[in-house]
Write a protein that binds this ligand. Structure first.
Ligand code: GAP
Length: 435
């Protein structure tokens, strides 16, 4: 993990937020490559969950909602972790994370913990010029509630009725007691959430199973190693009382299994909670029963940052091999799927100081740019390959002296390191077919 964190910083994927001021725990900034990686993850999710479905609509709600929404949802009363403080070193711990509850893991003091107490995870803010309690508001700890409170608006304007889904991607905030494991547990993060509403017609478990399968297929399509991914079916005692089924998608991180996504059958719980407190009717007219009914809810809630981290961890490899001269070599390579890779094709000029080569290579790169995510570079070819391997670029294209004679370029594939001469005028098609 330390190697991956170092690579992420060195190559511009992820930086500690506010680093020049010593950092701020639980907050992260995405550099030039990380920002593209994260966008690619979101695009891949959006494509499969919204664009390819004729029964899912897009949505984007505000981060700050009316505080009553969080009362109705149960977050004000119950969205907390249990914490303890060490009275000696003053460090705070999540009670359920402590392996040994008699000694402080930081300073080693024995029996120094305070009594366990609840700590609400919602970040608070104040709205307007008066910082009294009437102005209290929360930064949303999940995007889902924005969908529930808008259910009526969305149901009417989407011109559809259950079964149909509403999807959104956006920032969420949780005042985690112990942020950690790089971006895995952050205080500010993004979620990609799908809320799929179905009528209570006996086919709800089918809909639940279909979403689990769709999400399985998504992770497989983008090449996440199947042996590091599991779909853990929650037992009844592990689920909230109102949930009829639950599957956690988990990845084998270097520190152990960690949750990427939770898929849950939440019944009528959320809409009924908002109907009770708001007094507004959030039911739909069911043509089958000729009655107003509360739909059942299937939710798939994925963490964007955790998924981006998963792609990074899963792609990372320190590969040792023997070169043609019998010498041991080592390279670091990120084996990103071409849709996820921040750069899809890098174009090099073999020499920096040869204007004909530089001109030709930049023209090729500019020609590819509308079709692929490209980057131009020049210099020592070994170093250029090493850099692109480390950022996971699937193809490198080199313009050399031969190019000037016969209009061909060398294309080098990241994983096999195989090189092939390709006609420059067929290059775009060649790369598009392979990315
Ligand atoms: N609406 C349901 C919901 O929010 P959740 O299991 O609490 O469910 C869903 O969160 C996903 O959001 C998690 O599986 C995880 O990927 C992401 N997530 C939750 N807390 C996070 C944190 N502190 N840092 C990064 N991602 C987090």
């Amino acid at each position: 993990m330390d190697e991956i964190v170092a690579l992420a910083k060195r190559r511009g994927f992820i930086f500690q937020s506010s680093e020049i001021y010593g950092g701020i725990a639980g907050f992260w900034d995405y550099g030039p490559l990380g920002a593209v990686l994260k966008r690619n993850v979101k695009n891949a999710w959006w494509r499969d969950t919204v664009e390819l479905r004729d029964d899912v609509v897009a949505f984007d709600s505000s981060i700050v909602m009316h505080p009553s929404g969080w009362e109705a949802s149960g977050h004000v009363a119950a969205f907390h972790d249990v914490m303890v403080d060490c009275k000696t070193c003053k460090h705070r711990f999540r009670y359920d994370h402590l392996e040994d509850r008699t000694h402080c893991p930081d300073c080693g003091s024995s029996r120094s913990f305070t009594e366990p107490r609840n700590f609400n995870l919602m970040l608070k803010t104040a709205i307007g010029p008066m910082e009294d309690t009437s102005a209290l508001a929360y930064l949303r700890p999940e995007t889902a509630q924005g969908i529930f409170v808008n259910f009526k608006n969305l149901y009417h304007t989407a011109r559809t009725r259950p079964p149909f889904g509403i999807a959104q991607i956006g920032k969420s905030f949780r005042n985690e007691i112990t942020p950690g494991n790089f971006t895995y547990r952050s205080r500010e993060f993004e979620q990609a959430e799908l809320e799929y509403f179905v009528p209570d017609d006996g086919k709800d478990m089918e809909a639940f199973a279909a979403w689990v399968e769709r999400r399985k297929a998504w992770y497989a399509a983008y090449g996440i190693r199947s042996e590091r991914l599991r779909f853990y079916e929650l037992r009844p005692e592990e689920r909230p009382h109102y949930a009829k089924a639950g599957v956690d998608v988990e990845y084998a991180f270097p520190w152990g299994w960690g949750e990427l996504e939770s898929i849950a059958h939440r019944g009528t719980y959320d809409l009924e909670a908002h109907m009770r407190l708001s007094g507004k009717d959030l039911r739909f007219f069911d043509e089958a029963t000729k009655k107003h009914e509360t739909p059942l809810l299937i939710e798939s809630s994925a963490g964007v940052d955790r998924t981006a981290l998963t792609f990074l961890v899963d792609a990372y490899e320190r590969e040792r091999s023997v070169d043609p001269n019998g010498k041991q070599t080592e390279r670091i390579v990120l084996r990103f799927h071409p849709s996820i890779a921040p750069v899809q094709a890098a174009v090099f000029s073999l020499a920096r100081n040869k204007p004909e080569l530089v001109e030709r290579a930049t023209a090729i790169e500019q020609g590819l740019r509308p079709h692929l995510r490209t980057q131009y570079d020049e210099g020592n070819i070994g170093q250029l390959y090493r850099r692109q391997d480390e950022v996971g670029t699937p193809f490198c294209v080199t313009v050399d002296y031969e190019t000037l004679d016969d209009a061909t370029v060398t294309v080098r594939e990241r994983d096999s390191m195989r090189q092939e001469r390709v006609a420059a005028d067929g290059l775009q098609r060649y790369l598009e077919e392979r990315t």
